[in-house]
Ligand binder design. Structure first.
Ligand SMILES: NC(=O)C1=CN([C@@H]2O[C@H](COP(=O)(O)OP(=O)(O)OC[C@H]3O[C@@H](n4cnc5c(N)ncnc54)[C@H](O)[C@@H]3O)[C@@H](O)[C@H]2O)C=CC1
Ligand SMILES: O=C(O)C(=O)Cc1ccc(O)cc1
Length: 308
């Protein structure tokens, strides 16, 4: 007889925890925050398995007591799990999936938190075993810090999580991932991966690219002039340095895995920045005022949406 297709709805329907055995792979800022939520609530995972290959991370996770089982071998960690969440930098997804795919049980719900979604479908779908349900996700919440000590249980409260299930995904699996995030205090939105990648290119990836660049430009100037430019930084520049302090591996991977959308947004931004530069050159006060007004309007809408 064929393996019953039960686990997509699984424990959620029986009144027990959402996942009987949930495995989080990658216990950095995001993975350890999910682990903290699961530990605090108690209704998300019957058993919580944590897997991380980073130097000292598994030992630190054990010390923090935010998982029931701690592993460094992903193939072993996913055994007998009905839920698996990948929380590693997106450049590592293909290799990680090759390691775990043969060990995933039919009916398992596989999800992730990667910041790029076209690449996640590209890297995971071809290796997805029959009967395993893939529901990609992306929490629009984070900080510039990384590692297991950086996580906190309230990180996702009031923030959006975007799900990009491929067409035909089991609705029961989508519902369980939705419930996981709702339990973390997040709000859910669903869209296709291409739309997701464009949206995050403008609201997240381009701002980081600009922040890294403005810091490099200021640093070049400081070296060139031998002046201590940075100590005079006002709060606008300081805001840029916060996001410019983000993790190298994670952001290299994001830029390399959202190339078309990021380059499109960069081209649009460059054109618009040139236009403002031109208005400055020619003293066009109306144009300059219009851009400032639009900035203020965007800020007001974020505040109204409670996302500022
Ligand atoms: N940092 C942020 O603000 C946000 C990050 N994301 C995404 O979530 C994912 C995780 O990000 P963070 O938690 O910030 O990263 P992080 O750098 O804090 O943690 C990643 C962890 O994954 C581990 N790891 C890497 N490769 C592994 C492998 N093959 N097997 C097991 N463990 C492995 C590392 O040792 C590290 O502990 C990334 O894909 C990122 O793009 C999504 C939303 C926000
Ligand atoms: O710290 C910040 O300002 C962030 O923007 C956090 C962040 C980083 C990556 C994401 O994919 C989503 C959110």
């Amino acid at each position: 007889m064929a393996e019953p297709e039960a686990a997509a709805n699984g424990a959620a329907e029986g009144g027990g925890p959402l996942f009987r055995r949930l495995c989080i792979i990658g216990l950095g800022l995001i993975g350890s925050s999910i682990a903290r939520v699961a530990k605090e609530r108690g209704d998300i995972a019957g058993t919580l398995v944590a897997c991380d290959t980073g130097p000292g991370v598994a030992a630190r996770v054990a010390e923090l007591g935010i998982a029931d089982v701690v592993e460094t071998d992903a193939a072993k960690a996913v055994l007998d799990c009905d839920g698996v969440i990948l929380c590693v930098p997106v450049g590592g997804f293909a290799q990680l999936m090759a390691e775990i795919a043969p060990h995933l049980s039919p009916g398992t719900v596989l999800t992730d938190t990667g910041s790029t979604k076209g690449s996640v479908l590209r890297d995971l779908l071809p290796l997805l075993p029959e009967g395993v349900h893939l529901v990609p996700g992306h929490p629009m919440a984070g900080t510039e810090y990384s590692g297991p000590d950086a996580g906190f249980a309230t990180l996702f409260e009031g923030r959006y999580v975007i799900l990009t299930p491929p067409p035909g995904t089991d609705p029961g699996a989508v519902e369980r991932v939705t419930e996981l995030w709702r339990s973390s205090g997040a709000m859910l939105e669903t869209m296709d991966a291409t739309t997701h990648d464009k949206v995050v290119a403008i609201v997240s990836h381009l701002p980081h690219l600009i922040a890294f660049t403005i810091c490099s430009t200021a640093d070049d100037l400081a070296q060139e002039t031998q002046e201590q430019v940075l100590k005079f930084a006002a709060s606008g520049f300081r805001d840029f340095t916060r996001i410019a302090a983000s993790d190298v591996n994670m952001w290299r991977d994001i830029f390399l895995n959202n190339r078309p959308a990021l380059l499109e947004m960069l081209a649009r931004f460059s054109e618009d920045a040139q236009a403002l530069g031109r208005a400055v050159r020619w003293g066009q006060a109306d144009f300059i005022e219009d851009r400032i007004h639009r900035g203020q309007k965007v800020r007001r809408s974020l505040i109204a949406l409670n996302q500022a």
